[in-house]
Design a binder for this molecule. Sequence first.
Ligand code: PCA
Length: 325
Amino acid sequence: MKKLLISALCAVSLGHASAVMAQATWKLATGYRAESFHTQNIQQFAREVEQGTGGKLVIEVHPNNTLAKLNEISQAVQQGKAEAGETIMTSMVKDIPLAGADSIPFVVSSYKDAQRLWKLQRPGLEKHFAARGMKLLYAVPWPPQGLHSSKPVRGLADFKGTQMRTYNQTTMRIAEMLGAKPVDVAMVDVGKALADGRMDNMITSALTGVENKVWGPIKYYYEINAWFPKNVVFVSSKAFEALRPEARTAVLKAAGEAEVRGWQASQALATSATEELRANGVKIERISPELDQEIKRMGEKFSREWIRSVGNEANDIFVPYYMPQ
Ligand code: PCA
């Protein structure tokens, strides 16, 4: 009897141990603030994953560059410092040139086209992520990128020698092409850089202007709709594969829903943020047709450089993008 009891007890505790072992916590690093709509969306994704897995998988979100800096998040996941991460895709262009497809100026000018481009970009990107031991979960765009400036911008000459805030290699190259001095400033430090007089202008969303309360130093916003950069959320393949099949399915389901929700939020914020800039005294204007032509030409030069750096994979995206069946 005693023997029986002991073996029954062992079975109970073994059962318990395997349940505990099946529980996992993922640290997810992001370089954006907790209040950012991207981070809020991730928080909801985390809640849905927790519910969908019956509490077997907990995702702990570490915002604001606290676990790893924005540009180092993909390495942090590859090195196992975090199980999961979110970064802006273009932060990875050195390693994966294809990641820059969404930030070529003047290719995409609407959410609908941004969605088409994402569908074409995703398969190639997934392969590159997989080759580095990562699984891509979902991507959400920032609202369209416009030009914020402290002074009116009428022609290319108005960029010459100005301090242009950049947030990655792509925006740095654009600043160079415009004859401006690139000043690297993280999204979370834009307000301070403006207050310190370290920047005169920047190309980013109206939303990023609002989140950093740029009014005051920034007096003009030009809706040039230059590109729709995306943030991408990913996890180490090892962490993902360690999950039970049902948990994997729950993660992918929640990721699909987060993607749809994120695109809707981005689109709604695109309009409301521009209105908020206006309400705070920023003049919302259009650039002159001459400048428009000049920056479009610069966009073409940028895309030629990009295609050269990517090679054949660029065709897989842009042939169907420009010639849909
Ligand atoms: N905001 C981020 C990236 C793109 C955007 O709209 C930033 O300015 O850093």
